[in-house]
Write a protein that binds this ligand. Structure first.
Ligand code: AMP
Ligand code: ZN
Length: 492
């Protein structure tokens, strides 16, 4: 291990509802499983927030010196509409709409997801297994659950018997939902369902005649249920009991509660020591989501081509914006918040780039560098508190900005330590890039300057010049919008 900081890492465990000291099951090796995307459409920025939150977690645990195996799956079959057991398969439906093969849909949106994750400079998982690549493992899991007595077959489908399971174990451990309440609030089955109880969930679904994605099984042609893939693939690559299982907050129920029930039915143990849930990104105060048409795509932000935005923002800025909220808190996206993040990040990077030019000597620094470094680690050790870490980084920037201009003294060795620490936290842990944002800021300032000159021309009735500025800007993809006394601009 690189230092002693690893000993103090505390992680909020959704299972206990408390922050707990992180002690891995297997000394220096850490297994992390994160539920990946269903690859049936372009990932929106909300989806990205969850994966960026886990990127930081992965990066920080690796930085502490652990050898991490990070598994994040791709759901390419079995995730039905409304997370239900009766809806159409999301991938099949998209294939029908786009007139493509289901695997063309999977390929198209997997590529898009990878490209976006790369633009965000996130570390790829060590294993990225697909549900369709693990049908045998899933059939094996079902056989084990049937053998334990917690699954039943009906008309070629297999269901998990939640009521029976709950008599011996507890169903709903993560969400805290009680089965009695669920039974009282759920509608009775309409007589056409094969389930014994509405809470039961599919482990295997019989494929109807027109269902394209199906496989042979001991129960006939069909396809696996959504919750099962994560149980089977996490077991295969991380074992029956691993360190961290993560996903977005909305997966707690039913997905993760069902995963726990499946694992307990198979081998009597909960699959993971820590359960971590990343909170939602909202837009206009509501969860960002494709189904409610309340979303923004990352590329729209990178190009500025969205009515909510006044300009484009780089992936670096968007990531920095996300880090300013703790991963367990809700975060609302807005143009103002992105502009503020751009300014903040620019200040931070400019401060970092100033370090080599700082005057230093052999006297004691007017800044307790060792204490500052320890504070940076304490913030991250406190359940990956990125907003507090950023506040610490700004503390040091305040000092740096005063070294050359006035009285603050910097010791030579401390200068090196500050530089290394910034490199570790900004680039290795937060995964930011040392890009020159000031350039993008400068271009918006230049556009504003041209608008000002044009306004003066208009006031002087020099319409040739004002029209020329407007047309030339339009040719560069900058559209001016004149209102009474003001002009705004939009990138097109
Ligand atoms: P899906 O492709 O629908 O399975 O979602 C992929 C991941 O994105 C899951 O972990 C979800 O919890 C997460 N997710 C969906 N919407 C949001 C959102 N608005 N903010 C953060 N994460 C989200
Ligand atoms: Zn999952």
């Amino acid at each position: 291990m690189k230092s002693d900081f690893y000993k103090d890492l505390k992680i909020y465990n959704s299972l206990s509802g408390k922050k707990e000291i992180f002690v891995p099951i297997n000394k220096k090796n850490v297994g992390i499983y994160v539920c990946g995307p269903t690859v049936y459409n372009n990932a929106h920025l909300g989806n990205c927030r969850t994966y960026i939150s886990f990127d930081i977690i992965h990066r920080y645990i690796s930085h502490l010196g652990y050898k991490v195996r990070y598994v994040r799956n791709l759901t390419d079959v079995g995730h039905l509409e409304n997370d239900d057991d009766s809806g159409e398969d999301k991938i099949s439906k998209k294939a029908r709409i786009e007139k493509l093969e289901p695997m063309e849909i999977v390929q198209k949106y997997t590529l898009d997801f990878h490209t976006i994750m790369e633009k965000f400079n996130t570390t790829p998982p060590n294993i990225e297994p697909t549900a369709t690549g693990h049908i045998l493992e899933q059939i094996d899991s079902i056989n084990k659950i049937i053998a334990s007595g917690y699954a039943y077959e009906k008309n070629g489908s297999i269901y998990f018997d939640v009521k029976k399971f709950n008599k011996v174990n507890k169903y709903g451990k993560l969400s805290g939902r009680k089965i009695e309440d669920m039974m009282n609030s759920s509608r009775d089955l309409d007589g056409t369902s094969d389930k014994k109880n509405p809470q039961d969930f599919a482990l295997w679904k019989k494929a109807e005649k027109n269902h394209i994605m199906h496989w042979n099984s001991p129960w006939g042609k069909g396809f696996p249920g959504w919750h099962l893939e994560c149980t089977s693939m996490s077991k295969k690559y991380l074992g029956d009991f691993f360190d961290i299982h993560g996903g977005g907050m909305d997966l707690k129920f039913p997905h993760h509660d069902c995963e726990i029930a499946q694992s307990e039915a198979i081998d009597n143990q909960s699959p993971a020591k820590f359960w971590m849930h990343a909170n939602m990104l909202t837009l206009n105060g509501k969860k960002m989501s494709k189904s409610t048409d309340n979303f923004i795509l990352p590329n729209e932000i990178f190009t500025g081509k969205n009515n909510l935005l006044s300009k484009e923002f780089s992936p670096n800025v968007v990531k920095f914006f996300m880090y300013q909220a703790h991963y367990r808190n809700i975060l609302d996206l807005s143009n103002d918040a992105l502009i503020a993040s751009e300014k903040g990040l620019s200040k931070l990077i400019d401060g970092f780039n100033l370090i080599p030019n700082l005057n230093s000597n052999t006297k004691k620094s007017d800044f307790d560098v060792d204490n500052w470094i320890s504070n940076c680690y304490s913030r991250m050790n406190d359940d990956f508190n990125t907003p507090m870490l950023i506040a610490e980084l700004f503390e040091c920037i305040k000092f740096i900005n005063n070294v050359n201009i006035d009285t603050k003294n910097l010791n030579k060795k401390d200068k090196e330590k500050i530089k290394n620490t910034f490199e570790i936290f900004l680039f290795e842990i937060l995964g930011l890039i040392n890009e020159n944002i000031s350039n993008s800021e400068k271009s918006s300032d230049l556009i504003e300057l041209l608008i000002k000159i044009r306004n003066q021309a208009r006031a002087n009735k020099n319409f040739d010049l004002s029209d020329q500025i407007r047309d030339d800007l339009l040719r560069l993809g900058i559209q001016l919008n004149d209102e009474k006394n003001e002009s705004s601009y939009k990138l097109i």
